[in-house]
Design a protein around this ligand. Structure first.
Ligand code: ADP
Ligand code: MG
Length: 701
């Protein structure tokens, strides 16, 4: 059947009225025949096997047994009754038990007639019983459509309440196969089908819904997973390649005076090998005549800022302006102070633009930007306002990518007649598989080496009941001249509660660490920016020893002398956030510590998170665990949730298929970017359909 036919609204399918259509749409997002066809089962029940009662094993697998009911009785129990039937075959006996629907079952079950039953068994006192079995007369069973592996489709409570059971869905899909005669147009080229020995599309769809056996099911799954991942890669890679071809970028062909002078005379330290390599990769992009779109990944503290500075110098060397955008005011401010100090040495002008910059100052910045007098602008989202016009923005650097959506990324783009080069920096290490899927349209550089002389942070997990010891530890560290962070959770939905926790915590800390020996700063989201900055500044200057804060300090804050990070209610934080927070310490030469405080009540997942934090400092390893725990949907944080809403493939489990798909997509596009070779026409057609109905951005944003 051709692809247009499959766009028919689902209401046209026999068995689907307006009510059902609405429920299918709201619960499963099914609007068209195509959507129904692509509703893939979550799992299958193997009905190829029949068991004898005498050979049943104590497992929790579903089993299928042929036998007879020889008697049936109602048994009184503490609350209500249960219906018990004695079921036998030639090897033994067992009980079938019902708690619900007893009357109907009693009236309909036939005694001494062969039945095929199906369900899970319980063992008790040597007796086997099966609660609420599926029962079917053997005579009917033998006549019915033989579906060896019964598919189980995704379901919701509302679906079952409305009678759209698994069986009902299976029937609708059968109807669809009847209407289409089970013929669906091929979406992969002969070449690929042949090389990878893939099932043809129609066979794959048939066997995913009505598998004939395990082997065909496995083949069907492989084919469809490959196809799904292949077309995502095709879109990402095609975008990247077309981009490089079409989107001309400013050519930074000069490695000029500023860059060299800074490198020779003003670098505060020797660059790590990884920093040097990354700068080189970026420089190659900038001189390639195409617009750069690069993601720079580097763990917390790996030294991305200095890379940003040197790249900005390249822009200025070539006569362009540069901007650096950060997700919070605190971070923008800190970048500004740090970078200004470096740039002052070589006479480069740099300004800060955030929401709290005064109008009069803003006006000056706007003017200087337009005249070109200002070389570098650092700030928050305020940089995206329409009033901000550059003379010639050549480079935009975005720090901490995960806080920005795709839309914002492209907004910077459109500031100019030509798009500036874009460098996105993130400290959230993204597992390679996910990076490939999410940012396949970006090039990726990785700083995978920390500056030397860093001592690994020691991380421990402590229960609230050990608080006194922890406080003593804090006192000892302060005595040594160190500074301490104490961080409380901040979760949007319960801001009031979090605020109370923070304030309670603050008061208790203020009691245990009294003036005048101890000075405490406090920073949280409900403070005015000026007050926040004031408190931050006191901590940065070392006037306070303890910083009590919510996660506003999560990103980027850099106080070398702070060597202890205490995270309260650590079980409430996600792994990447814990890792980010821990990264606030361990920046100086002192031994640093991270203490994860929790209550005794911990979910298994929380335990895994805490154990992972205690075990390793490696951001990539942590990201892999995070991906496994949470799945790709959550990994990028709330702003990009729903990421990669895959129908059948699994980014974690199908890693190998993803790599294969990526390899084939790259090979195809490298040889035939516009997909015009005869063998690729089928792919071109499928690709066009896909982009028309399901653009890649549906997966991502
Ligand atoms: P992040 O990648 O988290 O943004 P930063 O750029 O803030 O990391 O760097 C963390 C700290 O490491 C800063 O104090 C910075 O000056 C220092 N640093 C960066 N690169 C090096 C290096 N090659 N050698 C020594 N210290 C470095
Ligand atoms: Mg940083």
């Amino acid at each position: 059947m051709n692809a247009n036919y499959l766009q028919t609204p689902i209401t046209y399918l026999k068995g689907v009225g307006p009510n059902r259509a609405e429920t299918l749409q709201s619960e499963l997002g099914i609007q068209t025949y195509q959507d129904l066809l692509n509703l893939f089962p979550n799992r299958y029940i193997d009905k190829t096997q029949y068991y004898k009662i005498g050979q049943l094993q104590r497992s929790n697998a579903d089993v299928q047994i042929v036998g007879k009911i020889i008697n049936i009785k109602t048994v009184e129990q503490k609350k209500g009754t249960r219906l018990v039937a004695k079921f036998i075959d030639d090897t033994g006996e067992m009980e079938l038990v019902w708690f619900r629907g007893q009357k109907w079952i009693r009236e309909n079950l036939k005694l001494n007639t062969p039945y095929v039953i199906f369900g899970k068994c319980n063992w008790y006192n040597g007796k086997i019983s099966m609660p609420h079995p599926e029962t079917e007369l053997q005579a009917n069973h033998d006549q019915g459509l033989k579906i060896a592996m019964q598919p189980i489709y995704p379901s919701t409570e509302k679906l079952s309440n409305k009678g759209i059971t698994n069986r009902a869905i299976s029937k609708l899909i059968q109807q669809l196969f009847m209407d289409t005669k089970g013929e669906f147009s091929e979406t992969l080229s002969d070449g690929i089908l042949h090389e990878l020995k893939l099932l043809p599309k129609s066979d794959a769809l048939f066997n995913i819904h009505f598998p004939k056996n395990q082997e065909l099911l496995a083949k069907a799954q492989f084919r469809l997973k490959f196809e799904e991942l292949f077309y995502i890669q095709m879109q990402l890679i095609a975008k990247n390649m077309l981009h490089k071809k079409k989107i001309k970028g400013f050519n930074f062909d000069q490695v000029g005076e500023l860059f060299n002078e800074f490198y020779k005379d003003h670098l505060p330290f020797e660059l790590t090998g990884a920093q040097k390599r990354v700068i080189k990769e970026i420089r190659t992009d900038l001189g390639s005549n195409a617009q750069m779109n690069r993601l720079l990944q580097g763990d917390v503290g790996s030294g991305k800022t200095i890379v940003a500075v040197m790249i900005m110098l390249l822009a200025i060397d070539n006569g362009y302006q540069a901007c650096l955008m950060a997700p919070t005011e605190i971070l923008a401010n800190q970048h500004y102070l740090g970078i200004k100090e470096l740039l002052d040495k070589i006479g480069i002008s740099c300004s800060l633009l955030t929401g709290s910059v005064k109008k009069s100052v803003r006006k000056i910045i706007h003017e200087q930007l337009e005249s070109g007098e200002l070389h570098i602008l650092i700030g928050t989202h305020a940089l995206l306002e329409d009033k901000v016009q550059y003379k010639n923005l050549g480079l935009a650097i975005i720090d901490e990518q995960h806080r920005f959506g795709v839309a914002q990324r492209s907004k910077l783009w459109h500031k100019n007649e030509f798009p500036p080069h874009i460098l996105v920096m993130t400290a959230t290490p993204i597992p390679r598989t996910l990076a490939m899927s999410l940012y396949g349209d970006l090039d990726i550089s990785v700083i995978d080496e920390l500056p030397p002389d860093r001592k690994p942070i020691k991380t421990v997990h402590r229960y609230d009941s050990n608080r006194l010891k922890v406080f003593q530890f804090i006192r000892d560290e302060i005595k040594k001249g160190r500074q301490i962070y104490i961080v409380y959770p901040l979760i949007q939905e319960s801001e009031a509660l979090d605020y109370k926790d923070l304030m309670d915590g603050y008061e208790s800390i203020a009691r245990d660490f009294p003036l005048p020996d101890y000075q405490i700063s406090i920073v949280h989201g409900q403070m005015k920016p000026a007050d926040k900055d004031f408190e931050m500044a006191r901590f940065v200057k070392g006037e306070t020893q303890i910083m009590v804060a919510t996660t506003v300090i999560e990103v980027g804050v850099n106080v070398l002398n702070a060597s202890v990070m205490i995270i309260e209610s650590a079980e409430r934080f996600g792994l990447s956030q814990l890792h980010q927070l821990r990264g606030r310490v361990g920046r100086g030469a002192d031994q640093s510590f991270c203490i994860l405080m929790t209550s005794h009540k911990l979910s298994n997942e929380a335990k895994t998170r805490l154990e992972t934090m205690v075990r390793t400092n490696d951001g990539f390893e942590i990201a892999e665990v995070d991906l496994k725990l949470r799945g790709p949907g959550d990994i990028m944080g709330t702003q990009q949730s729903g990421v990669l809403n895959l129908k059948i493939a699994d980014i974690v489990k199908d890693n190998d298929i993803l790599k294969t798909a990526r390899y084939y997509a790259i090979r195809l596009l490298k040889n035939d970017l516009v997909m015009e070779k005869p063998d690729n026409l089928v792919i071109r057609h499928a690709y066009a359909q896909l982009v028309k109905y399901k653009n890649i951005w549906n997966y991502i944003s």
